[in-house]
Ligand binder design. Structure first.
Ligand code: HEM
Length: 492
């Protein structure tokens, strides 16, 4: 009796997992959906409404915990320091596609992650390095404008922007990654293989369950992934090698730096100072392009769609640009952007209302931890509902409306800090130690391209059509009905 009572009282004191639905019906529903892990969002929304801001799902042996509340996210990601900064062990095919977690986003929180992340932020994303790529941005802007003009001359004159936005982002990130201006065929090939493998990764995660067996049972599917990765290596390894040879011939500084150059210089102290293998470099290059292309292209499309829909806002952006650069200016230079607060507000509102990622990447805790009185067990998958945070009525009035004015003086978004270090009001780039290191580059790309596209053209809805802002959830969240618009040379 004594033992029983003691264990009961201990259980009472021991924090419990956050509430969640019973495992079996949930799993049945999930398998029935059978599409992608990202289909989970509407289910989670219902669960949060019923059970509160922190819920548990049990799909695999590891509980998956989802947090929808801004202040709990701040507690976990910012106030608890490194406690929530780990990543869960990779499951297949991610383990295979990241060379066993040798990229930044899937590396466990530790020395390797620190080294790889610091390399990216200091060698490529540091503002002094980003500046070196200004001619590349100008080159890509020209490609984009030419593509849009060519589209405007065809058929009904409507441009479907998304393909051109994605291509432009690939041109830019391929150049930053490999240090070469590749031709259209080579860039399209890279774009295709990146997208192919990304979709394989987001399919129903069958190889996460008993991989040894499922790889045999679903052999054809597994072989497709292996073949896709082989193709990627066949394209990337020659580019990686070319950069090494070139480095030896021409020495430092005689050419624009590239991400691959920095990877050639990395040594892993924890592993006897060895260099990165070619396969690991391929994984890091692939991550670099995955992270920075579709996310930015989608954000760009959302902002442009809202500017097509709200002609008055487009007019205000153009007016602001005119004030800063003068009506004679052909192109907006990067130093001009800092003097365009309304443009910045439009982009912030785009990221708040339409964050390209509705979740962050899965986090985990290295030790049992508590949050809001609940147990977060070691190794659990922990994720955060990014979109919900930016739509919180307690902060944002009419949160589903597109209102850039919120970010002006006196608005709820005035001076909002995207890193969420003091408080989280929106977190399109995550928050805390795993926050997106590409935030600065992404903001620059968005401001630069939106400003130049608005300055170059007047954007109108395609004839007889309305802009439809419904969402389509893939790896990133894009427009269900991609933006179609008519463009006219702007009268400055
Ligand atoms: C609008 C564009 C972008 C958005 C919305 C975005 C958003 C995000 C988000 C939500 C995360 C996950 C944070 C977490 O797990 O807590 C992330 C991680 C990451 N992003 Fe971005 N990102 C963008 C552009 C970029 C760019 C341009 C780069 C670099 C070229 C980049 C590189 C990364 C990397 C390496 C990580 C993993 C960080 C880590 O695990 O330490 N992102 N991003």
């Amino acid at each position: 009796l004594h033992v029983l009572l003691r264990s009961r009282s201990r259980n009472k004191r021991r924090p419990r997992l956050p509430p969640g639905p019973p495992t079996v019906p949930f799993l049945a529903k999930f398998i029935w959906l059978r599409r992608s892990i990202f289909d989970i969002e509407p289910i989670l929304r219902q669960l949060h409404a019923k059970l509160g801001p922190i819920v548990t799902l049990r799909v695999t042996s590891n509980p998956a915990i989802f947090i929808a509340d801004r202040s709990l996210a701040h507690q976990a990601l910012v106030q608890s320091g490194g406690a929530f900064a780990d990543r869960p062990p990779a499951v297949e095919p991610n383990r295979f596609l990241t060379s066993n977690q040798y990229d930044i986003s899937s590396s466990p929180y530790g020395p390797r992650w620190r080294l790889l992340r610091r390399n990216l932020t200091s060698e490529i994303l540091h503002p002094s390095r980003v500046k070196l790529f200004a001619p590349a941005r100008r080159w890509v802007l020209q490609i984009l404008v030419d593509k849009l003009r060519a589209q405007a001359r065809t058929k009904d004159g409507a441009v479907v922007v998304m393909e051109s936005f994605q291509y432009a982002m690939f041109c830019l990130l391929v150049l930053m990654c490999f240090g070469e201006k590749l031709d259209e065929k080579a860039i399209k090939e890279i774009e295709a293989i990146q997208r192919y493998l990304l979709l394989k990764f987001t399919e129903f995660p069958i190889f996460g369950f008993f991989p040894k067996i499922t790889k045999v049972l679903f052999r054809r599917r597994w072989n497709e992934i292996v073949a896709g990765r082989k193709k990627m290596e066949d394209i990337y390894i020659p580019l990686i090698k070319a950069r090494q040879n070139r480095k030896q011939q021409s020495g430092e500084g005689s050419y624009v730096c590239s991400y691959v150059d920095s990877l050639h210089g990395i040594q892993l102290p924890e592993e006897g100072g060895r260099k990165l293998s070619e396969s690991e470099m391929v994984s890091l290059c692939s991550e670099f392009m995955n992270a920075g292309t579709d996310t930015t292209a989608n954000a760009l499309q959302w902002v442009m769609a809202n500017l097509v829909k709200h002609q008055d806002m487009q007019g205000k952006v153009a007016e602001e640009i005119g004030r800063v650069v003068g009506s004679e200016a052909e192109e907006i230079e990067e130093e001009h952007l800092q003097r365009m607060p309304y443009l910045k507000a439009v982009i912030m509102e785009g990221l708040r209302r339409h964050p390209p990622g509705h979740f962050v990447l899965p986090h985990t805790v290295a030790e049992d931890t508590t949050l809001d009185g609940y147990l977060i067990p070691k190794g659990a998958d922990v994720n955060f509902m990014v979109a919900e945070m930016g739509w919180d009525e307690k902060v944002w009035e009419e949160p589903m409306e597109f209102k850039p004015e919120r970010f002006s003086a006196g608005g709820a978004g005035e001076g909002v800090d995207l890193t969420g270090s003091r408080e989280i009001k929106m977190m399109p780039f995550g928050a805390g130690r795993r926050m997106c290191p590409g935030l600065g580059l992404a903001m620059l790309h968005l401001e630069y391209f939106v400003a130049n596209l608005v300055w170059e053209f007047e954007w109108k809805p395609a004839d007889g059509e309305k802009v439809d802002l419904s969402e389509n959830l893939e790896f990133t969240v894009g427009m269900k009905h991609p933006l179609r618009a008519r463009i006219f040379p702007r009268n400055k």
